[in-house]
Design a protein around this ligand. Structure first.
Ligand code: TRP
Ligand code: SF4
Length: 404
């Protein structure tokens, strides 16, 4: 397991979209493969997230989840380096989601940029549901249950990681404390004045050293009377008084990686809904046919018309796939009309197929024996559950609902 580097755990999830395409690979999965060398990684199929928008159409969920995992494995996500699982097989996510939902103000969720956007964009469905509103809380639970330090996501998901941090912070304020807690408590004490602060110190000592419950109650009453305290500081001083806490749920960071824009066959962003994709593990002749049919710079009507690579989606793919010499050859040949588009596409087709060949090979055993995939997911879910259990035990204890 990759556990070197900063030692922090990395986690990411993907909705079960079914077979992946080159956009997913270069935008997301390739990065996962790199991260698993350096960090302990958890990658999961976010099937509950799919329900938040697609609750009325679940017929393909299992097949899509399975196919997507095969593509992860084909792309090089390695079950002996990363924990690979399906969200719904780890019910601990749901329990933490429930607990976090208790402390998350509805206004935070209504403010989330994806909320109004998605409702408008997916206006053919009724998204005025409880689950859809709460979906960032579910995402926060996904992340916090593993105490993940880094969350590789696209730009559209950064706001959700930010919300996750706010939820964690609130949780820690209520049930634990942050790393500079002591200093912040000292600062808060200065706000209530010398006399109250000395009294507070004495009561705290009496409670922490002698377990004096009376002192605890008086300390709480003292804090309740203070007018100069913000809600955050009040929470802090309450925690400090009881000697509770540390950071129970660490705040994660979004790992925003440079995601190359992978153009589709028509020059628009590659996306299943545009029908302009090259799939992962697409057969070589299909790749050749698709690339040969790709749009190029419209200025090149005839072979003798020069073109501009900057206006050509084929060249954008070259940037991802080709070495500098090939890039120079394509750009110069395009601008001088020294080469035709058919010539230009040939090395690109070869490069894509060379990359695909490795993936086709890796996927072969999983295609032939689907039980191997089930085994990977089973083992991943068990590992994930045991990691999740640790956090959840701690959360329950800190919330005083362990009932032991
Ligand atoms: N919401 C993400 C998406 O739609 C998927 C996701 C769910 C996720 N839980 C996550 C991503 C946790 C990162 C971490 O793409
Ligand atoms: Fe595009 Fe290459 Fe044709 Fe130029 S020569 S328009 S870069 S395909």
């Amino acid at each position: 397991m990759g556990s070197e580097g900063t030692g922090r755990r990395v986690l990411s999830g993907m909705r079960p979209t079914g077979r992946l395409h080159l956009g997913h690979y270069h935008g997301v999965v390739k990065n996962w493969v790199a991260l698993q060398q350096e960090h302990q990684c958890c990658f999961f199929v976010a099937d509950w997230h799919a329900l938040t928008t697609g609750y009325d159409d679940t017929g393909e969920l299992e097949r899509h989840s399975f196919d997507m995992v095969v593509d992860w494995l084909a792309a090089g996500v390695n079950p002996s380096a990363a924990v690979i699982f399906i969200q719904s097989k780890v019910p601990e996510h749901a329990e933490l989601h429930l607990l976090l939902s208790m402390i998350t103000p509805v206004s935070w969720l209504e403010r989330a940029p994806s909320y109004k956007d998605m409702q408008a964009r997916l206006n053919d469905r009724d998204l005025a549901t409880y689950g859809f509103l709460g979906y960032p809380v579910l995402q926060a639970a996904d992340i916090l249950i593993y105490r993940a330090g880094g969350v590789p996501v696209g730009a559209d998901q950064v706001a959700h990681v930010e919300l996750c941090r706010e939820i964690a912070r609130r949780f820690n304020h209520l049930f634990g404390r942050e790393s500079d807690f002591e200093a912040r408590c000292e600062a808060a004490l200065r706000k209530i004045g010398r006399k109250a602060s000395r009294l507070y110190g004495g009561l705290r000592k009496a409670f922490l050293e002698q377990g004096d419950g009376e002192a605890l109650a008086r300390g709480r009453a003292l804090l309740a009377e203070q007018r100069n305290l913000s809600a955050g500081d009040r929470e802090r001083l309450l925690g400090y008084l009881e000697g509770s806490g540390r950071t129970i749920l660490p705040e994660p960071e979004a790992l925003l990686t440079e995601q190359p824009k992978v153009p589709g066959l028509d020059g628009e962003k590659m996306s299943k809904s545009y029908g302009n994709t090259i799939s992962l593990r697409e057969a070589p002749d299909a790749v050749a046919r698709k690339v040969r049919g790709m749009k190029t710079d419209p200025a090149r009507v005839r072979r003798s018309d020069p073109g501009e690579p900057g206006n050509c989606p084929v060249y954008s793919l070259h940037r991802i796939y080709s070495d500098p010499a090939t890039l120079d050859w394509a750009a110069a040949g395009c601008r001088s009309a020294g080469i035709g588009c058919v010539d230009c596409k040939a090395p690109l087709i070869d490069a894509i197929n060379a990359e695909q060949a490795v993936m086709i090979e890796r996927a072969r055993p999983f295609e032939e024996q689907p039980d191997l995939v089930r085994g990977v997911l089973q083992e991943g879910s068990e590992k994930a559950r045991s990691l999740a259990r640790e956090t959840l035990d701690d959360v329950r204890a800190n919330m005083r609902i362990a009932h032991q």
